[in-house]
Write a protein that binds this ligand. Structure first.
Ligand code: NAG
Ligand code: NAG
Ligand code: NAG
Ligand code: NAG
Length: 438
């Protein structure tokens, strides 16, 4: 009951950005029919818990007339058969155990698709997946994929060292993702959370890796991302933007990034479509390579057909950060497509500086207010301009958090399984307490 009341209050707070409520509509206590993998051929210490998960789902969750919870009790399990849990309504997946990947078959270890009114969680806040990606780097499965599901949540899970991405949210709507610890290798292809779809709330997530932290892809609308800790990560981003991009009504706020690639990046190269109505508020970043980075000539992707994605009505507000070397890589760069200049780009109280005490900013075909953005409404293209600037008056050395990484995890040795933190942004408590603390 407490959880329900709490959830309603929080949904109201988040509602401004979201287009409706998020999360399952049926409480866990009403999903009381337990489908325990130990009753469907599974054993603790199993060398392959996959078939028991699939069987518990097929022969109990899907067939029962009562709302069910698929249950993997506390304990260690290996897994070598991947599962697809498709079409379930009003159900939960309680994963209290830790599952270790032992097969290199590609794909996704756990796919949940077309679920409605669904909750994926661990009651002890200690369940999750150890991907042991160091054994098959970039040549093995991804961990969890949520596909075209509605009214769902995923929380209190630990995802470690996926051979590839950790959590992918593909289409669907009304999802809430929170209280996650994701710890990947210090190498590309280790994405934390990639999300596209409508009406999603992602909050209280810690990602350690060397690729996407929490990244929005197209098509996406009404997405709220907040209280994110990118601990020596590639950083959060939007993109890569492609042909027919459609992204709107996005709010990121209270994002803390230490080390890694960028504070935030919007990236593309050619392509078409639009990104509009986005706000990036309360960012703290320390010692990243890039800072606020819009780059529609991103060299790490090949040039796509099209005149570039149109970016407009995008606001960056209350940023405090430093980059490693502000001349080598500008703390602020806004490089828009010459054939599709961006406009209504606003920087308010964006105080980005450099650990080397000198910095430049760069703009190209970009209009709005702040840094080197040009004013006016003709929106004609202009070449990249690089300008030196002095330390902004509002800049203060960004706050630190205890537990910050000074180096990422290697890519050839086992990454230890962490616990889920209780704070993800300096000075702000997590929005919902961990399950184990409730
Ligand atoms: C319903 O779930 C129970 C476990 O509580 C299980 O024993 C039973 O076989 C299931 N019945 C059906 C029809 O799936
Ligand atoms: C982009 O949209 C157009 C018009 O709807 C469509 O014809 C084309 O196939 C789309 N291209 C891609 C790559 O999605
Ligand atoms: C610009 O974006 C903001 C934030 O998403 C939104 O509230 C506002 O209505 C947009 N302005 C216009 C003119 O669309
Ligand atoms: C960030 O990395 C450091 C160093 O490994 C680690 O001690 C800390 O627990 C990480 N933070 C989180 C929230 O996992």
């Amino acid at each position: 009951m407490l959880a329900v009341a709490f959830g309603l209050t929080l949904s109201a707070i988040a509602a401004a950005q979201l287009s409706g409520s998020v999360g399952p509509i049926t409480s866990l206590s009403d999903k009381s029919n337990l489908c325990n993998v130990l009753d469907y051929g599974g054993t603790i210490g199993s060398s392959d818990i996959g078939p028991a998960i699939q069987k518990a789902y097929d022969d109990c969750v899907l067939t029962n007339s009562s709302a069910s919870t698929l249950y993997v009790p506390e304990g260690d399990y290996d897994m070598q058969t991947w599962v697809t849990l498709s079409g379930g309504t009003k159900w939960a997946f309680r994963l209290d155990g830790l599952i270790t990947r032992t097969s290199t078959t590609t794909g996704n270890m756990i796919v949940v698709e077309n679920a409605d009114d669904f909750e994926f969680y661990s009651q002890n806040s200690a369940g999750g997946i150890q991907g042991a990606g160091y054994q098959c780097r970039n040549d093995g499965p991804r961990l969890i994929r949520m596909v075209t599901s509605t009214r769902w949540s995923l929380h209190d899970l630990i995802l470690v060292d996926s051979p590839e991405f950790h959590l992918v949210i593909q289409d669907g709507s009304g999802g809430e993702v929170y209280n996650l610890a994701i710890r990947g290798a210090d190498i590309g292809g280790s994405d934390g959370v990639d999300v596209w779809g409508d009406n999603y709330w992602i909050h209280d997530v810690e990602v350690t890796n060397r690729d996407e932290c929490v990244t929005v892809k197209s098509p996406a609308s009404n997405i709220l991302v907040e209280r994110i800790w990118c601990n020596q990560s590639g950083g959060s981003a939007m993109g890569s933007l492609a042909v027919n991009t459609s992204i709107e009504n996005i709010l990121y706020r209270n994002v803390y990034t230490v080390g890694g690639n960028q504070a935030y990046m919007i990236k593309g190269n050619g392509g078409s479509g639009t990104v509009q109505n986005a706000v990036f508020e309360n960012f703290i970043s320390r010692d990243t390579a890039y800072g606020l980075d819009i780059n529609e000539y991103w060299a790490s992707m090949s040039t796509l057909a099209g005149n570039g994605v149109l970016l407009y009505n995008i606001t960056f507000k209350s940023w405090d950060g430093n980059v490693a070397d502000g001349v080598e890589r500008s703390p602020i760069q806004i490089l828009c497509a010459d054939e599709t200049p961006c406009y209504d780009i606003y920087l308010e109280d964006v105080y980005m500086w450099s650990l080397t005490d000198e910095a430049t900013w760069k703009c190209e075909s970009a209009y709005g207010n702040g840094a080197c953005l040009e004013s006016g409404t003709d929106y004609t293209s202009y070449a990249e301009q690089t300008t030196s600037y002095t330390q902004p008056a509002g800049y203060t050395t960004p706050t630190t958090m205890s537990g910050d990484l000074t180096a990422g995890f290697g890519s050839t040795t086992l990454i230890p399984t962490p616990t889920i933190p209780t704070m993800f942004f300096p000075g702000l408590p997590q929005i919902s307490p961990l399950m184990k603390n409730q």
